[in-house]
Design a protein around this ligand. Structure first.
Ligand code: FAD
Length: 283
């Protein structure tokens, strides 16, 4: 690991200034470090300065009526153990628990998962299905970006130089579910994952798939096929599953072929929708 200066500012303005004083590859933010430390260790990144976000007042979880706001540096374990998250956003609860191990989740954060934006992230697909919005702060001030516009490619985000993820907002409680296929059930990367959520306000299903490059995706054609009700009619669920497995832009890579993913995505969607609808469904 190349040597670097570690700073731990106490305010967001100071953190932005520490990042902005050097170029993007010379100064990087550090949250839980579960991704970043590997990048530093293997030389993928060699910044001159690492800016720890640990002292920032962003380890927060606030319910304001139906709206949940999660500070970007809150350890995932705190999100997972909030009783209201489990009942009001069950898909988010499941997706968080899919990340690594309990020990890892004491360290890892939502902001770090978004900052990394890996194609097989377990959180990004759920955030897409829940229409999460990302609050950012940077040298030019604050702005809010829908998660669909924030994650733009494999490990590519809409973050501008010296900009930081401050928090993530979820607009309403939603019946929701997250299911994945892995070689090993836990501590592995998903070959294919499906996140579904039903928006009562919009009378619409949201469906996202993940596990393959370049990034997790919403699939509006499947949402159209599922229709406006919870639970969907059996024929609509069949149609949605058919559309997903035949028309979604699923690709193969070294972890699974396209044919396998197209085959497995169908039962994943059916079970996820049934689970979100309150029916018993397999894991
Ligand atoms: C053993 C192991 C198992 C894992 N299993 C899974 C898994 O099952 N599912 C899964 O999705 N992930 C998994 N991961 C990946 C990782 O744990 C998650 O992506 C985690 O959420 C990253 O959070 P962090 O706080 O550790 O991020 P860090 O490592 O601190 O940062 C990650 C990236 O985001 C940037 N960043 C961090 N915070 C901010 C911010 N507030 N604003 C702007 N940029 C920021 C950093 O500069 C860095 O580029 C695993 C990792 C390990 C080591």
């Amino acid at each position: 690991m190349a040597p670097f200066e570690l700073v731990a500012p106490a305010t967001p303005d100071e953190a932005i200034a520490e990042l902005g004083a050097l170029g993007a590859s010379d100064a990087v933010p550090l949250a839980g470090g579960t991704d970043l430390l590997f990048d530093l260790d293997d030389g993928r990144l060699a910044p001159r300065r690492v800016v720890s976000l640990r002292r920032l007042p962003w380890q927060t979880l606030d319910w304001n009526g139906p709206i949940l706001t999660v500070g970007s540096t809150l350890p995932l374990r705190r999100l997972e153990t909030d009783p209201e998250v489990r009942t009001r956003l069950p898909g988010l609860y499941t997706a968080v628990r899919a990340v690594g191990s309990v020990a890892l989740r004491h360290q890892a954060t939502l902001g770090g998962n978004l900052g990394r934006s890996a194609p097989a992230s377990d959180l990004v697909p759920m955030l897409l299905a829940l229409d999460a919005e990302i609050d950012l702060v940077g040298p030019q001030g604050a702005r809010t970006v829908p998660v669909d516009q924030f994650v733009i490619g494999s490990r590519r985000t809409a973050l501008r130089p010296a900009e930081l993820i401050r928090s993530v907002r979820f607009p309403e409680p939603r019946p929701s579910a997250y299911l994945w296929q892995r070689v090993r059930p836990f501590r592995d990367i998903s070959q294919m994952a499906v996140a579904v959520a039903y928006s009562p306000a919009r009378a619409r299903w949201r469906v996202a798939v993940a596990g393959f490059p370049p990034r997790p995706l919403l699939v509006p054609e499947v949402e159209d096929a599922l229709g406006p009700v919870l639970p969907p009619a059996r024929s609509d669920l069949d149609r949605g599953a058919h559309v997903l497995s035949t028309r979604a832009p699923i690709v193969g890579d070294k972890r699974a072929s396209e044919a396998y993913r197209r085959q497995i995505v169908r039962p994943l969607l059916e079970r996820a929708v049934r689970r979100a609808s309150g029916e018993k469904a397999g894991s």
